[in-house]
Design a binder for this molecule. Structure first.
Ligand SMILES: Nc1nc2c(ncn2[C@@H]2O[C@H](COP(=O)(O)OP(=O)(O)O)[C@@H](O)[C@H]2O)c(=O)[nH]1
Ligand SMILES: [Mg+2]
Length: 450
């Protein structure tokens, strides 16, 4: 109890004593007033509304009671503000899709503050970002507009390309993850405010996501929570596939592997080089499973993370170094666990990352395109040869059948005598020259080659 409250309490007690000393001054009204004051005092103590400093008379002072921003599981009903962080690199092509999702968000837009970090981009990410923000912030429907928006630009000299195969090669993983960790740390440290209750991380290249994503994650009341992340595939690759393998539960195999590695090593999931035998959130998906089912996690992926802001404010962040043999979001999950926070994933609640072809996929697609052209050419040739064949080797049996009927139509075939030819004497046949009396004349010699 603070000094001012104690003062008030003493005043009431003194007044009560002075009243009781003079028994003649006790009146029913006095007792009633005293009781009302006492009850009011007790209620204030119970509700914890003891004393709120008021700095409105002091220029340039903002006061925040940080216990009001702890993050409730129904934050949207308590006007809780969400800091929405988006790291961007060469993301111009994804931004229209990203803002399509932003417009649909059901969490009150005015309670969402947006924060972007644009790095090492060679496309017009910044310009496209500006245009999309302008469109949404000038929407005639004010409910569409978001709260505060901050954009930061900072290059880290990322040399690994932003193509699918560049990013996902095994060698690229350690350096890339450490750099991304630094980028994420810059982003949240410069943008989180005392009045933020939640921090949400989202990649720009998510293709399908429920508009209720914030409420869907928040209502679980976890300190850190992620959905399952899959990606669609072309039919020839099997239609769909788990995408984010960074969300997992620690395993005995993982711990043993970690012990064998040097202190700067970074284990990355989904590569044969590191067999951890960890249960992955992605592989536990049942398309018909209950989306509310939770799974405790140790490492998490960064495509879509909702965390209580206090997680960051109490010192958790994205290790840009090897922490328990991990970096970035996977190490963030482990760090949060070490700090005693709850970290969970939803195996049957899925959002969909875009499909980007790998360089092998591109080669296969090129082969498929060539094969399609070859088959087309082949079928044209076949048609051509079929035509020639059918014309050159016309089947006239049907025609002959008809002709035969016509030829014999006036003939009673029953009356046709059987003609018998006697060939018995054929071998004795004597050749008679057709020239008769000119038999001395000689037939011209037949030479087939002339
Ligand atoms: N600021 C910043 N953002 C990045 C960088 N690399 C990727 N991003 C963004 O971070 C998010 C995740 O990156 P992405 O390459 O899609 O990761 P992946 O899907 O896990 O391979 C996307 O929104 C990217 O635009 C970077 O070096 N700096
Ligand atoms: Mg991505």
């Amino acid at each position: 109890m603070n000094y001012k409250t104690q003062n008030i309490q003493n005043q009431y007690i003194n007044r009560f004593l002075s009243i009781t000393k003079n028994k003649y001054s006790i009146s029913i009204i006095g007792v009633v007033i005293t009781l009302i004051i006492l009850i009011n005092f007790i209620v204030q103590v119970v509700l914890g509304q003891l004393y709120v400093p008021n700095f409105s008379s002091v220029p340039s002072v903002d006061f925040f009671d940080l216990k009001n921003y702890e993050g409730l599981s129904d934050g949207w009903q308590h006007e809780e503000r969400v800091l929405f962080c988006v790291p961007l690199r060469d993301a111009a092509a994804h931004l229209p899709m990203f803002f399509g999702h932003m417009k649909n968000l059901t969490y009150p837009h005015n309670l969402i503050d947006l924060s972007f970090l644009v790095s090492d981009s060679s496309d017009d990410t910044m310009e496209v970002l500006k245009q999309n923000l302008k469109d949404i912030q000038t929407d005639s429907n004010k409910a569409m507009r978001f709260g505060e928006i901050e954009i930061f630009e900072k290059d880290f000299g990322q040399v690994i390309g932003q193509g699918f195969s560049d990013r996902h090669g095994f060698e690229a993983q350690g350096p890339r993850r450490k750099l991304m960790a630094r980028a994420r740390n810059w982003l949240w440290t410069v943008s989180v405010k005392p009045y933020h209750s939640w921090v949400y991380w989202r990649d720009a290249d998510v293709e399908t996501v429920p508009p209720t994503i914030l409420e869907d994650l928040m209502h679980h009341g976890k300190d850190v929570i992620v959905p399952n992340v899959w990606r669609p595939l072309p039919d020839w690759l099997g239609n769909q596939q788990p995408y984010d393998l960074n969300s997992w539960q620690e395993s005995e195999g993982g711990l043993q592997l970690a012990k064998t590695l040097g202190e700067d090593a970074v284990i990355v999931e989904g590569y044969v080089e590191y067999a951890t035998w960890r249960p992955h959130l992605a592989y536990l998906r049942d398309p018909y499973g209950d989306p509310e089912v939770e799974m405790d996690l140790d490492g998490i992926g960064g495509v879509s993370i909702l965390a209580r802001a206090k997680v960051f404010k109490t010192g958790a962040g994205f290790p840009a170094f090897s922490f328990e043999k991990h970096a970035e979001t996977e190490a963030f999950g482990k760090l949060c666990k070490r700090m005693g926070y709850s970290v969970a994933g939803l195996p049957h609640y899925v959002i969909w990352h875009i499909y980007e072809p790998s360089s092998d996929d591109l080669k296969h697609m090129e082969w498929m395109a060539k094969e399609e052209a070859r088959q087309l050419e082949e079928s044209k040739l076949k048609q051509f040869y079929d035509k020639i064949w059918s014309e050159g080797f016309e089947d006239v049996r049907e025609d002959w059948k008809n002709d035969r009927i016509n030829i014999f139509k006036n003939t009673d075939t029953n009356k046709i005598k059987n003609v018998k030819v006697d060939w018995s004497d054929a071998d004795n046949f004597q050749y008679k020259s057709p020239l008769g009396k000119d038999k001395d004349k000689v037939l011209a010699a037949f030479d087939p080659s002339s």
